[in-house]
Write a protein that binds this ligand. Structure first.
Ligand code: ADP
Ligand code: MG
Length: 289
């Protein structure tokens, strides 16, 4: 049976915007020594601004216009950013059809009678488009029309104000392994990791690579019987949320699927609430014993 104080702990957590879906997660939270983070929407806001446009053979406006159309139905933060760069695209009469979202790579869709691919270098390689980039800092989104390279758009996200503090608080609690997994470019990951003081990070991962990384990290933990937590927004990382010993989702920006798949939901999207939750769990357990 579950000690009554566990329910007190759950109530205390919920008053601080931390939804814990069962008393058994108190025990898991208290023992966590590894926290793995997704980058976009978790450690960063997931709100990208367009900072440069480098078209090949078409103009800036046309390149953004096509990208915005392809992203019309996307729930990815990158999709939202490219749509926002072109707020009137929905009413201009261009038909979007045959949308294929490729997790961890981008999207391909028909815009009118042209097939347009929007995504990273993996997507360009997959369709055989010869890409190049402009060595800008930031996330680079490449575009191809009918398989021919058409240029790229540079977008930039911002680290959340409390991310660095969140990592430091975890280290203070003895959570000695803080890991970031991302599908974004190595350069972007280097920059974020350096600013946050993470103990480890891996970039340019496909969604399946994130699952195997978490499995690899868990194997090490099993020998010491310390559980692993994964924190994400559910966009392309729902399988990892489900695989972790404890899945923590961002409740504000996070997808419904993530909130469903997670064991703990942070209502205000603040990564610093992870240390708060671990602290509450440890105090609750100390009282229960
Ligand atoms: P993250 O680890 O940053 O959460 P994702 O797995 O969601 O990454 O995406 C990895 C990469 O795939 C992005 O950085 C981007 O290059 C590409 N990508 C994913 N979704 C889209 C999209 N809707 N439009 C364009 N590119 C995308
Ligand atoms: Mg993600």
């Amino acid at each position: 049976s579950v000690p009554l104080t566990f329910f007190g702990g759950i109530g205390g957590a919920s008053r601080r915007g931390i939804l814990i879906k069962g008393a058994n997660y108190m025990d898991v939270l208290a023992k966590v020594r590894t926290v793995v983070f997704d980058k976009t929407g978790t450690l960063t806001h997931g709100k990208f601004a367009v900072t440069a446009v480098h078209p090949d053979a078409i103009d800036d406006h046309q390149l953004l216009h096509l990208a915005a159309h392809v992203e019309h139905f996307s729930t990815h933060p990158i999709g939202a950013a490219l749509r926002d760069a072109f707020p009137d695209e929905a009413t201009d009469g261009c038909e979007v059809s045959d949308v294929r979202e490729m997790a961890g790579q981008g999207i391909i869709a028909k815009v009118g009678d042209r097939e347009v691919a929007v995504g990273n270098t993996k997507l360009m390689d997959a369709i055989g488009a010869k890409w190049h980039d402009c060595h800008h800092t930031g996330t680079i989104i490449h575009v191809a029309i009918n398989g021919t390279y058409a240029g790229h758009i540079v977008i930039n996200d911002q680290i959340k104000a409390d991310s660095a503090e969140a990592i430091a608080a975890l280290h203070t609690l003895g959570v000695n392994r803080t890991v970031m997994l991302t599908g974004d470019r190595q350069e972007v990951a280097d920059n974020v990791a350096k600013q946050l003081g993470l103990t480890e990070y891996h970039a340019e991962l496909m969604p399946a690579d994130k699952v195997s990384k978490v499995e690899e990290l868990s194997t090490v933990n099993y020998q010491q019987a310390t559980p692993l937590a994964f924190v994400g927004d559910g966009i392309n990382d729902a399988p990892v949320l489900a695989r972790a010993d404890i899945g923590i989702a961002m409740g504000g920006l996070g997808s419904d699927a993530a909130i469903e798949a997670a064991d703990v939901v942070l209502m205000d999207d603040k990564p610093s609430k992870i240390a708060t939750a671990i602290g509450i769990a440890r105090r609750t357990l100390a009282i229960a014993r």
